[in-house]
Ligand binder design. Structure first.
Ligand SMILES: NC(=O)c1ccc[n+]([C@@H]2O[C@H](COP(=O)([O-])OP(=O)(O)OC[C@H]3O[C@@H](n4cnc5c(N)ncnc54)[C@H](OP(=O)(O)O)[C@@H]3O)[C@@H](O)[C@H]2O)c1
Length: 301
């Protein structure tokens, strides 16, 4: 197979690590951390970093970004720099060299008022600074070249950054007598490994351009997500203080923090039509993830 070169900006992140893992066997890879390319840098400094690391890349993937929703809300200028201005620099640098550029966006571009899965054609209406910065980042990505792709993702978890819901829920159940998790928020827990695998067949395909939704199949509330994680951990022999995860409302949890959309299930019909593939139900990778990555940390030897 002709080995092609993939440059991943944000290779230390949750998604970045999974992208590296799936690309490694068949492609030449360069992973850029924030020390190689900081999204806070000027246009010139970003271009110099790309000149150094990515000139011969066939595709540049941007999995780095400002992902803390509440910090973005408090500092819109920083959100703009990291999720829009720097993205414009990268997108333009790639366009000038006819290099395909793939950026990742978020379910937070939607207002969550629907109750059926969002398609790529649904209008965006972000409720937060973070969501708006992702919309603007999408526009500078697809606006720079017809070959560019924006992949919208949702409710990500994966190895490497144990701060996501599965790791948190199991730790809370082990350490606390009560655990309440938001029950009026609906989405699709999505495994970074599945997202990276799903992207692979489209990675070098310039006709796969514009906006694309990817997530694991099915949906649940955040409470159901946490309960499933706790059940899997119990099944592995983890001793917990809380077996039943109770409900909480979004208003209880987020109060005056950045507004989150209530319903953000993404339709993957477009992806399925393009590739003939379907993504697995959310429970399948989640069970495996808890068994392999979460439960072992809580098992008494
Ligand atoms: N997490 C989710 O639930 C979710 C949902 C929908 C969409 N997304 C989108 O998916 C993409 C990947 O998310 P993720 O969960 O993998 O994020 P993540 O784990 O938070 O990783 C973000 C990456 O961005 C890097 N980064 C942050 N500030 C930077 C800067 N100034 N310069 C260079 N790098 C910087 C971080 O570097 P360090 O490791 O050095 O901090 C990290 O590698 C993002 O575009 C995000 O908006 C995520």
């Amino acid at each position: 197979m002709n080995r092609r070169k993939v440059a991943i900006i944000g290779s230390n992140g949750r998604l970045g690590r999974s992208l590296q893992e799936v690309c490694q066997p068949d492609h030449d890879l360069v992973g850029l951390t924030r020390y190689d390319l900081d999204l806070a840098w000027s246009d010139r400094a970003i271009r110099e970093a790309l000149d150094k690391f990515a000139t011969d890349a066939d595709v540049v993937l941007l999995s780095a970004g400002h992902t803390n929703v509440d910090v973005c809300e408090a500092d819109p200028a920083e959100a703009e720099q990291l999720n829009v201005t720097s993205v414009r620099s990268i997108a333009q640098w790639c366009a000038e060299r006819e290099i395909r550029f793939i950026n990742f966006s978020s379910d937070y571009v939607f207002d969550g008022e629907k109750d059926t899965p969002y398609t790529e054609d649904d209008p965006v209406r972000p409720l937060s600074v973070y969501g708006q910065s992702k919309v603007d980042g999408e526009e500078v990505t697809v606006g720079a070249s017809e070959r560019n792709l924006v992949v919208r993702l949702t409710w990500l978890y994966g190895p490497g950054k144990p701060l996501a819901t599965p790791d948190w829920a199991v730790r809370m159940a082990v350490e606390n007598d009560h655990l309440n998790v938001v029950s009026d928020r609906i989405g699709s827990p999505s495994y970074t490994g599945d997202m990276a695998e799903a992207l692979l067949p489209l990675m070098f395909d310039d006709s796969a351009s514009g906006i694309l939704h990817l997530c694991n199949a099915g949906s649940c509330s955040w409470q159901e997500w946490a309960q499933f994680c706790v059940d899997c951990a119990i099944g592995c022999g983890v001793e917990v203080k809380t077996r039943e995860v109770g409900p909480l409302t979004m208003d209880d949890l987020f109060g005056d923090r950045a507004t989150r959309p209530r319903y953000t299930v993404l339709s993957t019909a477009k992806y399925e039509a393009m590739t003939g593939r379907a993504l697995p139900d959310w429970r399948v990778p989640l069970r495996h993830y808890v068994e392999a990555h979460v439960a072992p940390r809580f098992l008494r030897i």
